[in-house]
Ligand binder design. Structure first.
Ligand code: FES
Length: 180
């Protein structure tokens, strides 16, 4: 970048002052972009998964839901996904969390937070008798905004039994979770 600035100034294409402001504004612009896309930024414009207390996961953005074979089940901007394990319309929420008495305060920490670098689609695959595997840039956030993380890939619990909600900790095996 410095070499380019030197060549432009020396060739008379731009003045030293113009070079300074031009390269300075580029740098500021890049910095702003990075700020919005780094982990735990509440201002991110990428896909989000909101964890509702005692309720579903709300996926918002450019969302695609696939079955275990990769077949498209749903595509949309606002999709409620069951995480209590009781829905009769899995992987979608049908309100059964109320009758089943599902409880989760939706607060979490994430030691595997990642920077996210793009605003591409979020594909959520429903693994058979197992987790929701989300791939793509996403922010995962509690409804009150107190818990937040960013990921490019996340295994999310949908059996209701993980001790590390909203993430899967493989407890679904112990409970014999059935996704059908
Ligand atoms: S789906 Fe609940 S622990 Fe894996």
């Amino acid at each position: 970048m410095d070499l380019l600035r030197f060549v432009l100034v020396q060739s008379g294409s731009i003045s030293a002052n113009m070079a300074h402001s031009l390269f300075q504004s580029e740098w500021v612009g890049d910095n702003r972009k990075v700020k919005h896309m780094t982990k735990n930024s509440p201002q991110t414009t990428v896909n989000s998964i909101m964890v509702r207390p005692d309720g579903p996961l709300i996926a918002k953005g450019n969302i695609e839901v696939q079955d275990a074979d990769g077949q498209l089940m749903a595509r949309g901007e606002d999709i409620a996904l069951c995480r209590c394990g009781a829905s009769k319309n899995k992987p979608f929420c049908d309100g059964s969390h109320k009758e089943s008495g599902f409880q989760d305060h939706a607060q979490f920490t994430d030691e595997r937070a990642e920077d996210i670098q793009s605003d591409g689609p979020l594909v959520i695959q429903c693994r058979e008798n197992s987790m929701l595997l989300a791939k793509g840039p996403m922010q995962i956030v509690s409804r009150d905004g107190k818990s937040s993380t960013t990921r490019n890939k996340a295994a999310l619990c949908r059996c209701g039994h993980s001790a590390n909600k909203p993430f899967c900790d493989a407890t679904h095996k112990q409970f014999g979770f059935k996704s059908e």
